[in-house]
Design a binder for this molecule. Sequence first.
Ligand SMILES: Nc1nc2c(ncn2[C@@H]2O[C@H](COP(=O)(O)OP(=O)(O)OP(=O)(O)O)[C@@H](O)[C@H]2O)c(=O)[nH]1
Ligand SMILES: [Mg+2]
Length: 329
Amino acid sequence: MTGPQERAKTSADEPGETRAGYVALVGRPNVGKSTLLNTLIGEKLSIVTPRAQTTRERVLGIYTVEDAQIVFVDTPGLLEPRYLLQESMLEQALLALRESDLALLLLDPTDPEETFPAAPALDALRRRRDLLVAINKIDLAAPETLDRLAAWARELFGVEPFRVSAASGQGTGELRDALVARLPASPLLYPPDEIAVQPVRFFVAELVRETIFEDYHAEVPYATVVRVEEFHEAEDPILIRANIFVERESQKAILIGERGAGIKRLGQRAREKIEAFVGARVYLELWVKSMPRWRKQPGALRLLGYAVPREQRGSGGGRSSRGGERARS
Ligand SMILES: Nc1nc2c(ncn2[C@@H]2O[C@H](COP(=O)(O)OP(=O)(O)OP(=O)(O)O)[C@@H](O)[C@H]2O)c(=O)[nH]1
Ligand SMILES: [Mg+2]
């Protein structure tokens, strides 16, 4: 992704000039960042679940009107990391903040005391002049709670927060207009008809992961990572083979379920979502494998495609168990 520094700035005041830039959507886990990204671009790109720490990597979504383009960057929640994958997630969010032209901090009024990010993210946000703040989920909170949260936000950041509901769309049009008005003068960054930047296989893996969050409880979704190993677009139906890695054999057994019932249901539901996303018939083959401690090992994280935090690079390796359990749907 092109950083703001690498782009030549032009004046947007002249006729025919355009505005464009990256807007980082940041906030604590579960405040509704991914829901807002989807609502702002009018397409379901980023996966959404009721549980915290769903998003693990940056997800880009593009909104283009005639003379302006916003590249929204959905990010993992600003959390206090306890293991390496969470460090990677936090670093991805902070990186998105650093590389963005504008930052939008989302707050959740259903948990007003806990919704402000901790340092160092909070300090990074307070230093920014181009910060916008929005209170999301206004459909779930009493007006007094919204007013109290807005007062805290004014005190901390010196700005008046927008009030939106990403779920219903209320207030999101005004928010988007405000973002467009603050974009720097720049040529469009992507072709005007593009919505996504990442490859289809990324979204396929994310849709499988979203379905795992919906179908399984407790720790299993957090210990799960999905990797698309094969994607044969020219075939009808499109043939997709994906590996689902978990950390322990016991989690593998839970995913597969009795006589494979769990993985079969998962495969069917994920396939339906993928078919809706790609607009074509899909044959999905899922393999469940275990890769012990993958969330804590730099080598394993790298192998699985996650960015490894800077100080951890260069150590450790991940191993996956051979074989696996397969389900087709
Ligand atoms: N009622 C209501 N629910 C919302 C709203 N926005 C998001 N949600 C719900 O809040 C939950 C979390 O939404 P996400 O979009 O996944 O939140 P996130 O900030 O991306 O979460 P992480 O990726 O885990 O950091 C989901 O159940 C959403 O449906 C809203 O405006 N109103
Ligand atoms: Mg998210």
